[in-house]
Design a protein. Structure first.
Length: 368
């Protein structure tokens, strides 16, 4: 009998629909505090500062945020309303340029408004309210499906290494990379998880261990530079990571350090899987070379989480938030529609064409 894993209330709209409420992930695990975001500035700051983070969760927050901002546009002119809504989109998108779910969600809201340009503004706003709720509901369904597909890649007792955080905090339920582990735990399976701490912001230490330990999963925290030894020791049967943007050829942007994990996994003959919804697949992006990589504050390396700076004052720091894992290192890309296998130019394209024209074996259809 399944034992449901407790869900985490991380993003929601207030009952009065006048603010977005988020669980401030920057304070976890030491403090559990919720923030009320009531304007464009607070929404953008929360996304930029990683108070809300994880590609799907950012998309959900952006959807609610666009609805909130649409309610505050005071005009009866539809062209003026649409122009101001597009300006809101551009403002929010700039907060995290690498995370495609952000621009995907804001574009979806703008598109929904544009499709109903023949209606009065209040009716357009009402439809946007429906759309933002639909984004979150769809994400919950997608995460469950991703979890089901990912679970088929694991056996009871497997050791799994994960990098950064792609669990319920980063989505609406279950998560992506952690979803199969949580779903399997509900069904009585046992796993041994090694969670990279994920420097410099420690999402693995602060968030992944928090989620897995709450769910009763056997989790061991390791420093990022310890991934090689746990693989060499034979303790890892698979690597599961999330994704922030997937190019048409399968190149995948994820938290900095992911590419290094994939290289190690290839060396030790360990399958390396990327898990994420189809909304993270950017078909307009041909390869990972076209993905813009966000650069963040050097102080995240030099002084954050330390009582005193751990490097000399004025030392130069390079702090990219993401790296790109080459498609050749990825064993499979797990989406809500199934598991894609190389060649990714064909299997990823098949996801959006009904899957009938792909090569046999390149795309595994859902079995739910």
């Amino acid at each position: 009998m399944d034992r449901p894993v407790q869900s985490i209330d991380n993003v929601r709209l207030t009952d009065a629909e006048d603010a977005v409420v988020i669980l401030d992930q920057s304070l976890l695990p030491g403090r559990t505090e919720y923030r009320v975001l009531s304007d464009a500035e607070s929404l953008r700051e929360a996304i930029f500062s990683l108070r809300v983070r994880g590609a799907p969760a950012i998309g959900i927050c952006a959807g609610y945020g666009m609805y909130l901002l649409a309610r505050r546009i005071k005009t009866e002119s539809v062209p003026e309303f649409l122009a101001k809504l597009r300006a809101c989109k551009d403002y929010l998108d700039a907060a995290r340029p690498t995370a495609v779910n952000l621009s995907w969600a804001t574009a979806r809201m703008v598109r929904r408004a544009g499709e109903n340009a023949g209606r009065p503004v209040p009716e357009i706003v009402r439809l946007l309210g429906e759309e933002c709720r639909r984004i979150q509901a769809e994400d919950a369904e997608m995460c469950r499906a991703i979890s089901e597909h990912g679970l088929t890649l694991l056996r009871d007792g497997d050791g799994v290494l994960t990098h950064c955080n792609a669990g319920p905090l980063a989505t609406s339920r279950y998560g992506t990379a952690l979803g199969p582990l949580l779903l399997g735990t509900e069904r009585g399976m046992r796993f041994r998880v090694f969670a990279d701490e994920t420097r410099p912001l420690l999402q693995g230490a602060r968030l992944t261990t928090y989620e897995l330990s709450r769910a009763g999963v056997d989790v061991t925290l390791i420093c990022d530079n310890m991934a090689s030894i746990v693989m060499k020791n034979g303790w890892v049967n698979a690597c599961f990571v999330g994704c922030d943007r997937v190019a048409a050829n399968g190149d995948t942007a994820n938290k900095i350090g992911t590419s290094g994990v994939a290289i190690l996994a290839r060396h030790y003959g360990i399958p390396f899987y990327v898990l994420g919804p189809t909304s993270t697949i950017d078909r307009s992006c041909k390869t990972g070379a076209e993905i813009e990589i966000e650069l963040r504050d050097p102080e995240e390396i030099r002084s954050k989480f330390y009582r005193e700076p751990m490097a000399p004052e004025g030392v130069r720091c390079y702090n990219p938030a993401f790296d790109v894992t080459d498609h050749s290192l990825i064993t499979g890309i797990v989406t809500e529609r199934g598991v894609c296998r190389p060649p990714y130019t064909e299997s990823l394209a098949a996801l959006f064409s009904g899957g009938d024209d792909h090569k046999e074996g390149s795309y595994e259809h859902p079995v739910l």
